[in-house]
Each structure stands twice: as structure tokens, then as C-alpha cells.
Design a protein around this ligand. Structure first.
Ligand code: GLA
Length: 399
């Protein structure tokens, strides 16, 4: 993906000075990517398996301490600039993106860290609300930056937990750990096989032998996403409540498909939790099959698992949408495409498809107009190069 000079670190420093003025204190620069999940959807908060990779788009943060108990947040993406006092940083700021950094400040405060004021300029090139974790990217880059500036020496995993807790407690989305983990731990040309219960993880080389990961944005604005997401969390908890006493499982991610089949009678009055549990059990089975297939070079099998994942998210977990289903259908009709599915939380956002390198242009030329004809919406295409996780940026790097 191209980055324009407009986003070079030097020009961001200029923007920073325009917004906040000069100071004797130094400005530091950090970057965190977004992520795309290849398979293992909605399994993270059940302690299941996921397989995301970082993307070569993300959030750059320029940050400077003020030491005057004032906090200013600005973005090159939005006009709004917030200026908050010490007492104001513990409250949510409307329904605004500023809640992501505020949630991080809140977590540092809860851990007894004393904050003394910052000026922060964010610059992002992940489309918002597209299922590519723009929010986790903002959270993780902020947590990483505070850890460096305040010398709190928290581990990367602790920063991930802080970022997830910020989203759970401050923003109110009961998300799992996948996004924040992926954004922090991503490695170039690898995807992360993560067990969300034990947090054991393995970096898997993404050798796609002539295939590209193509992310396609439905550009359908996600509505009702947060409450529908939290409903799924509740429904999975209900399934666990019913299953734990008889199966001995401690989290739904442990559930095997045949165990569920044997206990269906428990769900006489809980048809929806049964459907959700079936998705979880089968999705974990798919990740367990898909990742070894990828490692063995069997991309066909990996693609099949992607397809099954989407169908299950559509029919059992019910987090797809008409535009997502159209895009997936069109993608699968294109020559050589091995698999296509929604990625992230669904309800709009993006699909991820495995497309032969030499067909990517044709894919865009065929899918784009057909999608518009079917939905009236315009799709955006982003071929993805799996990128590195959070870290510092120095002059000369492109933001
Ligand atoms: C969102 C959440 C994640 C995960 C995905 C679905 O991105 O933030 O924790 O649950 O949805 O897999």
C-alpha cells in the first residue's frame, strides 16, 4: 500500500507544531498496524483459536509530555481537537474516537501510574469501522507510547491486556484479546496462531505461493455493532453455563463438535445459544485444520476452511450482512479464488479473499462493478502485505 509524502514523519511533525505549538520537550513517534483475521472468528472471547496477521496500514502517534496536567488529542483524520484537564480524563468523551486513548490513560491510572499531561496527534490510514482494528491500533500505540515515555516497563503482553481492558471497561465493547494481541505481536510475512485461553502463540510464515490476501471493504457502515457483539458474548456465556456442568469444560473454546451434538437436549429453551456454540466448536476445528494445511502448502484446504467459516458466521453466528454475502459470493465466482469470508466483527466491514497473484487486477475489475450493481455500494480493495507490530518510528520512516 502506498504512503504519500504527506504522511512522512517530517510533515507530521509540522502538523503537530501547527496544532500544539513549540515546546522544549521532545516529541516521540510510534506506529501500530491494523490487523486482518484469516480464520478463527468470534472465538477469542471464548478462549478459542484465532489466526490474524498485521497489515501494512495503521496508526502513527506523535506524543509530547506537557507536565501541566493538560491533555490534548488531535487527529489528521478528524477536525475535532479535545483539550482535557486531569479531572476530565476519567470520563468518556461522547461517542468519540478519543475514548480509545482515554481508556488507556484510565488503565494506567488504575495501575497507580501518575500522569502529568500529553499532547497527542494521531494519523491513521486504516478505514474506520471496517473490521481492520483501527481502534485496537489506536489503543495499542497509545499504551506502547505511555509505557516508553513514563518508563513503566510493562511487558508487551501487559500492554495488550491494558488495551483490551480499555475497550471492555471504558468503551464498553466486550471484545476478546485477538485484535490488541495481533496489533502488538504481528511480524512481517507471518500470521499468529493464538490460543486465546493460554495465550500460547506461534508465528506462522505466510508463504502463499502465488496467492495474495485481498481485503475488500463493503463500505457498508456498521450499525448496531456494539450491542449485537455484546449479545453474542452473552449467548456464548449461556451455552457455557449449560454445558460446563455436564462436560467439565471451563470455557467454550474447549468444546468439541461431537460433545455438543451429545448435549443438544440441554438447549431445549436455548436454540440461539446452541447455534452460537456450534459455530464456536466448528470454527476452532477449522482453525486446527487450516493452519497445518497452510504450513503444508495445501492452500486449497485453507481456502475451503475460509469458505466454511463465512457460511457459519452467516448462518449460525448471524453476524454477516447482505453486502458481505454479495461480496463473498462474487469473490468465490472469480477464477482461481481459493476462499473468501468476512473478517472481524462483521455487520458490514471487510471480506478477506485468497486470490491468485496474476488475477488480482481482474478480480477487482469483475467484483467491483458487479457488487455495485447488486448493492448500490462501492467496494474498496486493499491487497495486504502482512506487516510488523507496534514500535517506535524514526525520521526517514514513512508513517
Ligand atoms: C472484533 C473484536 C475481537 C473479535 C472479532 C471477531 O474485532 O474486537 O475481539 O472478537 O471481532 O472475531
Amino acid at each position: 500500500m502506498s504512503h504519500t509524502d504527506e504522511h512522512s514523519i517530517e510533515s507530521l511533525h509540522d502538523r503537530f507544531t501547527q496544532k500544539f505549538g513549540r515546546s522544549e520537550h521532545a516529541t516521540a513517534v510510534f506506529f501500530a498496524p491494523g490487523r486482518v483475521n484469516l480464520i478463527g472468528e468470534y472465538t477469542d472471547f471464548t478462549g478459542g483459536l484465532v489466526f490474524p496477521c498485521g497489515v501494512d496500514r495503521g496508526t502513527t502517534l506523535l506524543i509530547r509530555p506537557t507536565y501541566n496536567q493538560q491533555y490534548r488529542f488531535a487527529s489528521t483524520n478528524f477536525d475535532l481537537m479535545a483539550q482535557l484537564d486531569q479531572e476530565e480524563i476519567s470520563q468518556t468523551y461522547g461517542d468519540n474516537w478519543i475514548n480509545y486513548p482515554l481508556g488507556i490513560l484510565d488503565q494506567f491510572t488504575r495501575r497507580g501510574v501518575e500522569l502529568t499531561g500529553f499532547d497527542c496527534l494521531y494519523s491513521g490510514n486504516i478505514p474506520n469501522g471496517a473490521g481492520l482494528s483501527s481502534s485496537a491500533s489506536i489503543e495499542v500505540v497509545t499504551a506502547y507510547a505511555l509505557n516508553e515515555l513514563l518508563r513503566t516497563e510493562l511487558s508487551l503482553l501487559e500492554l495488550v491486556r491494558i488495551a483490551q481492558a480499555a475497550e471492555n471497561d471504558f468503551v464498553g465493547m466486550q471484545c476478546g484479546i485477538m485484535d490488541q494481541f495481533a496489533v502488538a505481536f504481528a511480524e512481517t510475512d507471518h500470521a499468529i496462531m493464538l490460543d486465546c485461553h493460554s495465550l500460547e502463540h506461534r508465528q506462522v510464515p505466510l508463504s502463499l505461493e502465488g496467492y495474495s490476501i485481498v481485503v475488500t471493504n463493503t463500505n457498508q457502515r456498521r450499525e448496531l455493532n456494539e450491542s449485537a457483539y455484546n449479545d453474542r458474548v452473552r449467548e456464548c456465556r449461556r451455552a457455557l453455563e449449560l454445558l460446563a456442568p455436564v462436560t467439565g469444560i471451563s470455557h467454550l473454546g474447549q468444546l468439541q463438535p461431537d460433545q455438543l451434538s451429545a448435549q443438544e437436549h440441554l438447549f431445549a429453551n436455548d436454540a440461539i445459544p446452541l447455534q452460537r456454540a456450534r459455530h464456536i466448536a466448528e470454527e476452532n476445528r477449522r482453525v486446527r485444520a487450516a493452519v497445518p494445511a497452510l504450513i503444508a502448502g495445501d492452500l486449497q484446504q485453507f481456502g475451503n476452511m475460509m469458505n466454511e467459516s463465512h457460511d457459519s458466521l452467516r448462518d449460525l453466528f448471524e453476524v454477516s450482512s447482505e453486502p458481505l454475502n454479495h461480496l463473498v459470493r462474487l469473490a468465490r465466482e472469480q477464477p482461481g479464488v481459493l476462499g473468501s469470508r468476512l473478517t472481524g466483527a462483521g455487520f458490514g466491514g471487510c471480506t478477506v479473499s485468497l486470490v491468485p497473484d496474476d488475477q488480482v487486477e481482474r478480480f477487482k475489475a469483475m467484483v467491483g462493478p458487479a457488487y455495485t450493481a447488486a448493492t448500490g455500494l462501492t467496494a474498496d480493495f486493499y491487497p495486504i502485505a502482512p506487516g510488523n507490530g507496534v514500535g517506535p518510528l524514526t525520521s526517514g520512516d514513512k508513517a
